[in-house]
Design a protein around this ligand. Sequence first.
Ligand code: ZN
Ligand code: ZN
Length: 357
Amino acid sequence: MKFLILLTILSFFFLVNPLSAKFYSNVSSIPPSQLLNSTRCAWKTFSKLAGCHVGDKVDGLSKLKQYFHRFGYIPGANNFTEDFDDILQSAINTYQKNFNLKVTGNLDSSTLRQIVKPRCGNPDMIDGFSEMNAGLRTTERYSFFPGKPRWPNKKRDLTYAFVPQNILTDDVKSVFARAFTRWAEVTPLNFTRSESLLGADIVIGFFTGEHGDGEPFDGPMGTLAHASSPPSGMLHLDGDEDWLISDGGISRRILPVAVVDLESVAVHEIGHLLGLGHSSVEDAIMFPAISGGDRKVELAKDDIEGIQHLYGGNPNGDGGLKSSRQSETSGGGEIHRWSGLVFSLSLIATCIFLICF
Ligand SMILES: [Zn+2]
Ligand SMILES: [Zn+2]
């Protein structure tokens, strides 16, 4: 066990790519050139596939199949051709159903508009199955991971820690504190920040590209973050995004710009950490996609019903005051590149000590 912990920590320090993300404290601090840059999108090339039908053979369809494969709509092998075949049509049908689109099996404009939106890296379908838009339920669309994993009953006080090499500012950390509080308010769970990775239930880090878990990030937009199911507590965010840190006073849409609201993504990914899958309710936090510039941080009825199905409600009814809140300060900052060498060496020495003794 200690060896696994050591391997995990060493991977953070030696396998992770340098970071390039910037944090903006408010919309007015974003450079004008950034405000105008609304065309960045990892999946922009999919737009040229509009109007394709079964039987067509078009360059780019293999990449679209890889997209659907990544999010669980095409299980199995990933040696894809440029043919618009029945497999692709079936994937589009399911995708349209999950995202409340008209089920046509074709690449119509509304479907492509949804496909190219930035989104969570977690799949919508696992082993070809999802409850995202299950027909038996009429209103609830929340879903769980296969087997419905959750944190055990004896574990109601969870700790979270940040990967030290990110050297995040208090502003950034306070965003996560607010995000955790939103879930604590409606569950019996408490979340406390730990300064040490050792023993933390949840580890949060910003990474770029391949970062050791086989789920590489893809640069600006595209996939924004991903998180593991309980009781593993890994929350990874794409260091190539430009992240917006608002002060918590705005609950919904900000501006149509190519920046990503950090709290919106954090609340969503924490839902995964607690056991929720994706929901087809567009207003729900657990809806898989979010437009650049959008802010969505309030738990919807669907989110609350889903999480309370796993844990029950907040027994104290104290509005989440028992959960940890970090102090909030103004101003933004940029996450720093490798600069914690001394800290790293001391941490590694600690790990070796733990293994040996
Ligand atoms: Zn997700
Ligand atoms: Zn990852």
